[in-house]
Design a protein around this ligand. Structure first.
Ligand SMILES: C[S@@+](CC[C@H](N)C(=O)[O-])C[C@H]1O[C@@H](n2cnc3c(N)ncnc32)[C@H](O)[C@@H]1O
Length: 359
């Protein structure tokens, strides 16, 4: 229990306790509409630590200053006559996916596309997409299909109850309260969407700027200097989950993760503010800690790591040491002379700066 906010449980409705109630993490979580069916709980059986008081749980992205969604005139959606059509290339929402995945398949509108998949509790991404870096295109508010359309998995939200718990050695972590199937959608990474200038300002202002980077995700999946959309020319917007986020902000890094993060697009006009969606990449038993690779797809040379090599532990451990100041490293200490350290730190800073959704 957070001593600083615990009082209000006894004086819930009294105005003098309103501020206390407002900053209570349990109350923030309990206020979410899905709390009754898929709660997030917080436990600490290790020490006296509490969730940082300046952190607030949110259940949707918050747009920072200077960040705008697309104007209504640019919006579009599919006009599929039945929900089942939204799984095929003929669906307008999946048109982009067709171009990137396999241009030849565009000619056949009946080809089954790999958007989201399913309407049951195990809805998610198809197996073969879990090793790809393809974004996910879903139907959305502007589409003719119903809320039960199988291509609305991320839009329907988290269906898995989660627990934020105190780990032995990595601060807070997150574990699942139910078994999760390979491919199943877990949750989005939420935060404040800010301009790249604001992200740079926050990095500079942060006491430990390299650590600030672990909360910042660049929304750069569709960024290209030659894009016809001025908002996609770059620099990309970034999501800051340090002070405003959901439970996924407490998910730790692993080189052998059980989750992977993908870019998810609803309305194509909003590609500059695409979602970051976490999916299970293997079956996960109830109670297991959830993890993802923070630097998935990024190598020391700045290039993408096609089909992220989980076996490449050397690079991963190396990154972890500089990310978290840990002691494990594949480099012998004698190898780490001052010159190496400086250049490696700079390299890592540049790399982490572009933490990305499996680009
Ligand atoms: C996004 S937060 C994850 C939640 C965090 N554990 C907490 O208590 O708030 C990232 C921070 O968690 C810690 N962390 C995450 N993964 C780790 C790992 N594999 N080893 C050590 N520390 C880790 C580091 O302190 C890192 O800066």
């Amino acid at each position: 229990m957070e001593a600083v906010t615990g009082q209000h449980f006894f004086f819930h409705d009294q105005p003098e306790h309103a501020a206390e109630k407002d900053s209570c993490h349990f109350c923030q979580l309990r206020a979410f509409p899905i709390h009754q069916t898929t709660p997030v709980t917080i436990v600490n059986a290790k020490d006296q630590a509490v969730i940082p008081p300046n952190f607030r749980f949110i259940d949707r992205m918050v747009l920072g200053q200077g960040v705008e969604p697309a104007e209504d005139s640019f919006r579009s959606g599919c006009s599929c006559e039945s929900d089942s059509e939204c799984q095929y290339m003929g669906c307008l929402c999946l048109a982009d996916l067709g171009e990137e995945e396999d241009s030849s398949s565009n000619e056949d509108e009946d080809i089954h596309a790999n958007g989201a998949n399913g309407d049951g509790p195990e809805a998610g991404r198809k197996d073969k997409m879990l090793n790809s870096k393809e974004p996910l295109y879903e139907c959305h508010a502007g589409c003719s299909c119903s809320k039960d359309c199988p291509n609305r998995v991320v839009e329907r939200g988290r269906t898995i109850p989660l627990q934020i718990f105190r780990t032995d050695d990595r601060g807070w972590g997150v574990r699942t309260q139910v078994a999760i199937k390979k491919g199943q959608f877990v949750d989005r990474y939420l935060g404040e969407i800010i301009t790249s200038a604001e992200a740079d300002r926050r990095r500079a202002a942060s006491a430990v700027s390299k650590r600030k980077d672990v909360y910042l995700f660049a929304l750069d999946k569709f960024t290209h200097p030659e894009s016809l959309d001025p908002r996609l020319k770059g620099p990309p917007l970034e999501v800051d989950g340090e002070f405003l986020s959901g439970p996924t902000r407490f998910i730790n890094h692993s080189c052998e993760p059980n989750l992977r993060i993908f870019a998810r697009v609803g309305d194509h006009a909003d590609k500059h503010i695409h979602d970051l969606a976490l999916f299970a990449i293997r079956d996960i038993p109830r109670g297991e800690e959830l993890t993802f690779d923070y630097v998935d797809g990024v190598t020391e040379d700045g290039g993408g790591m096609e089909g992220a090599s989980a076996g490449d532990m050397a690079k991963c451990l190396f990154k972890r040491e500089f990310l978290f100041g840990g002691s494990s490293t594949p480099l012998a200490s004698t190898q780490r002379n001052a010159t190496q350290l400086t250049s490696l730190r700079l390299l890592l800073f540049a790399t982490i700066h572009h933490l990305q959704a499996s680009k």
